[in-house]
Design a protein around this ligand. Structure first.
Ligand SMILES: NC(=O)c1ccc[n+]([C@@H]2O[C@H](COP(=O)([O-])OP(=O)(O)OC[C@H]3O[C@@H](n4cnc5c(N)ncnc54)[C@H](O)[C@@H]3O)[C@@H](O)[C@H]2O)c1
Length: 307
């Protein structure tokens, strides 16, 4: 079965999503919307047979199965609400900057029997799914602490660094732990003269005394995407900047040891966006959406709002 896709927004991230839908046998991009003629012309070169519009209301919803919204964040809610009446919808992160609006979209999708997906790419990465299994099977004992460092990214003017980068950390935590933090503390500030806060330090406390520390910053000369998972018997690092060896397991020889034995496991290195596209295809075919069930998005947005 080939599902027909309308893509809204062909700026920086839109072409990356488009490439992954193009590489899938299960989807065909038949319609692209962008208010910029320059970007429409770029899209036309890759998808010459698609239909092109400047206004999303021109999309013929009856001819589309899935709408992919990759416009600036301020349009996500109105566009998602418009399309969820007739289509399944994938929205870029963050879904909205307001928990009430997210709950409204989640209920609206349910009421209309449509599936709502959000692009939190890391929860579809082989590395995070490797950690998911380790937490589940308890191989290295209790998880005591998580530290995440996410630095350097394009500065945005419609959402601050926590909504832009912190959303990745909070979505990963929600996926891995399937719970919300008991305590949330955040410090956001500017280090550069820009409209939105560019740096944040976040402390979270989860059940069983699991402590989480997150540093997010757009302003950094080096790109960092590093998470450390500290278990009783090992520290596991997850470095998304590494091309192949993203996961490293530093095993402790005993509980009190500060010396480690390094193990580098084989992990699934397929592109997270491709895995997301495959997940969406399966979800539409089976009419099920297990990852995004039970107000997954609302729970993430609630934490981001508290920070
Ligand atoms: N998942 C990720 O890791 C990731 C990475 C980057 C960006 N994003 C998200 O993707 C979204 C878009 O970000 P971007 O960096 O591609 O932005 P961008 O500004 O580069 O692209 C947005 C595109 O939308 C078009 N557009 C704007 N208003 C429109 C409207 N009303 N109707 C139709 N088209 C419109 C613009 O012309 C532009 O081509 C944001 O929500 C951002 O947070 C996600």
């Amino acid at each position: 079965m080939t599902y027909k896709v309308a893509l809204i927004g062909y700026g920086y991230w839109g072409p990356k999503l488009a490439r992954n839908f193009l590489n899938s046998n299960n989807f065909e991009i038949t319609c692209i919307v962008d208010k910029s003629l320059t970007n429409i012309n770029k899209a036309r070169q890759v998808f010459p047979t698609s239909n092109f519009y400047k206004n999303y209301k021109m999309v013929k919803v009856d001819e589309i199965d899935l709408v992919v919204i990759c416009s600036p964040t301020k349009f996500h809610h109105e566009m998602a609400k418009f399309f969820l009446k007739s289509n399944h919808v994938l929205v870029e992160k963050p879904l909205s900057l307001n928990t009430k609006k997210v709950i409204e979209l989640e209920s609206f999708a349910k009421k209309n029997s449509k599936l709502l997906f959000v692009d939190y790419p890391f929860i579809f990465s082989g590395s995070i799914n490797f950690i998911y299994k380790i937490i589940k099977n308890g191989k290295y004992g209790k998880l005591l602490e998580i530290e995440s460092f996410r630095e350097q990214a394009p500065v945005r003017n419609d959402a601050d660094v926590v909504w832009d980068l912190g959303v990745h950390d909070i979505s990963i935590l929600k996926y891995l732990l399937n719970s919300a933090p008991i305590k949330v503390k955040g410090l956001k500030y500017n280090t550069a003269k820009i409209k939105k806060k560019d740096t944040a330090y976040i402390n979270l406390l989860y059940k069983d005394n699991l402590k989480v520390f997150i540093k997010n910053s757009w302003i950094s000369p080096v790109k960092i995407r590093l998470i450390k998972f500290k278990f009783q018997k090992a520290i596991i690092t997850c470095d998304e900047n590494e091309p192949i060896y993203k996961i490293k397991i530093y095993k402790k020889s005993n509980k009190y040891s500060t010396r480690y034995k390094l193990e580098v496991p084989d992990i699934d290195n397929s592109e997270p966006l491709y895995n997301l596209v495959s997940y969406i295809s399966k979800s539409i075919t089976k009419n099920q959406n297990p990852i995004f069930a039970k107000n997954f998005n609302a729970s993430i947005t609630k934490v981001l709002e508290k920070i």
